[in-house]
Design a protein around this ligand. Structure first.
Ligand SMILES: *Cc1c(COP(=O)(O)O)cnc(C)c1O
Length: 240
């Protein structure tokens, strides 16, 4: 197509991969949302993706995300910004004030701070608890046994809306291993959904945030409802 940028082209291809993976596992592609991870890429690239129809974007670094959100202020109401990186307590206010979602809740203290700092004129902040499913090798996320307690505490926080779980498994090219990791997160999520204390009005458990550029098909096969894709949309990242 004339005038098509590679970002637009890549988005089409990623949507096709989502559809194929969904079809292969008997799921509907509409049940899987695409989060475009724009970290390290300029606001102008986010705008190109927006012009191609993409609305949800993920950022890992607070300062970078906050500046990009401000730069794209003219389309703020149409965009959904997700914070997906490690979150330090001293940066939580910026996230509570600027983002719509946080995927990386890994301790009670950070949830409490976000709840306290979420401006009351904004809707509740959508949150996922990050789970460490790869064992000792990975240091981020709560242990599977601790997920339920943290979720129950979040369910009591009026300015947070619990949406689900997120994980970043140890990278591997082995699809069997990828599926085993994703399967583990999905089972924890399924158990959580059966918890009567989480079936209240303020909780909306509908999100399994798993799958990146190299493991999205395995993640979709195992029940992902939101894939977080950076490289396959924006290209290879260079860190300065
Ligand atoms: C960078 C990042 C992604 C995107 O990874 P790609 O391999 O570039 O698709 C997804 N999730 C998190 C938490 C990330 O930090």
């Amino acid at each position: 197509m004339e005038g098509m940028t590679s970002i637009q082209d890549n988005l089409v291809q990623v949507q096709e991969r989502i559809s194929e993976a969904a079809k292969a596992s008997g799921r509907s592609a509409t049940d899987i949302s695409l989060l475009a991870v724009s970290k390290t890429f300029p606001a102008s690239d986010v705008r190109l993706a927006y012009e191609a129809g993409q609305r949800s974007f993920g950022e890992n670094y607070v300062q970078e995300g906050v500046s990009k959100i401000a730069e794209l202020g003219d389309i703020r109401a149409e965009l959904e910004w997700h914070f997906i990186g490690p979150l330090q307590s001293n940066k939580s206010r910026d996230v509570a004030e600027s983002f719509d979602w946080v995927h990386s809740i890994d301790r009670l203290k950070i949830a409490q701070r976000l709840n306290d700092q979420r401006p009351s004129e904004l809707p509740p902040l959508n949150v996922c608890v990050q789970v460490n499913i790869s064992g000792e090798s990975s240091k981020s996320g709560v242990e599977p046994e601790e997920v339920a307690d943290l979720c129950l505490a979040i369910a009591q926080m009026p300015h947070l809306r619990l949406r689900g779980l997120m994980s970043i498994p140890e990278p591997t090219d082995d699809e069997t291993q990828q599926k085993a990791d994703h399967h583990q997160l999905f089972s924890i999520y399924s158990r959580l959904k059966q918890n009567p204390s989480l079936q209240t009005g303020s909780v909306q458990l509908d999100t399994v945030s798993m799958g990146m550029s190299s493991d999205m098909s395995a993640a979709i096969a195992e029940g992902s409802t939101m894939v977080r894709i950076g490289t396959a949309i924006f290209g290879k990242r260079t860190y300065l």
